[in-house]
Design a protein around this ligand. Sequence first.
Ligand code: HEC
Length: 144
Amino acid sequence: MKSPRLSTLACLAAAGIAGVSIGNAVFAHGNVLPQPVDTSALPDIGEAWLTKNPYRGNAVAIKIGESAYGQNCARCHGLEAISGGIAPDLRYLDVGEAGDEWFADRYQHGSARDGKVYMPPLGEVLGQKAGWAIRSWLDTKHQD
Ligand code: HEC
C-alpha cells in the first residue's frame, strides 16, 4: 500500500519540476502567460484545423489579430512583426495560401528540438479562430 503511494507522489513531484523548467524555457522572454483572445465577433469555423485562412482580408479578423499578436507573439517575434532577432521575422512568411499551412503548423505545435522549446504550442490555448485572425493581420504586414 505504501510504496505505490510514495511513487505516485514522487511522480507528481517530478512532473511538477519538469513543468516548471518547461515553463521557464517557454516563457524565457518575459514571464507572460498566453492572453485569451476574444474572437466572438468572428464566424465559427469548427474544431477541425483548416489549412487555409478562412478570414483572409476580413477587417474584423485583422483587428483582432493585431491585438492578439501584440499580446501573445510580439515578445518573441517583435512589435509590429518586426523581429528583434530572438525569433524569425514573420513579415517574410509566404503571404496568402502559400504560407497558411506552415503558419498553422507552428501556431498549433510550436517548435522544439533536442529537448529545447523554441516556441510553445499555442493552438490549444488560444484557439483556431485567434490563430487565423493573427494570420490575417500578418498578411497585411508581409514583405518580400
Ligand atoms: C517564446 C517565444 C515565442 C513566442 C511567444 C512565439 N513564438 Fe513563434 N517562434 C519562436 C521561435 C524561436 C521560432 C523559430 C523556431 C525554430 O527555429 O524552430 C518561431 C517560429 C514561428 C513561426 C515559423 C517562422 C518561420 O519563418 O519559419 C511562426 C509562423 C510563428 N513562430 C508564429 C508565432 C505566432 C503567431 C505566435 C503568437 C501566437 C508566436 N509565434 C509566439 C518563438 C516564439
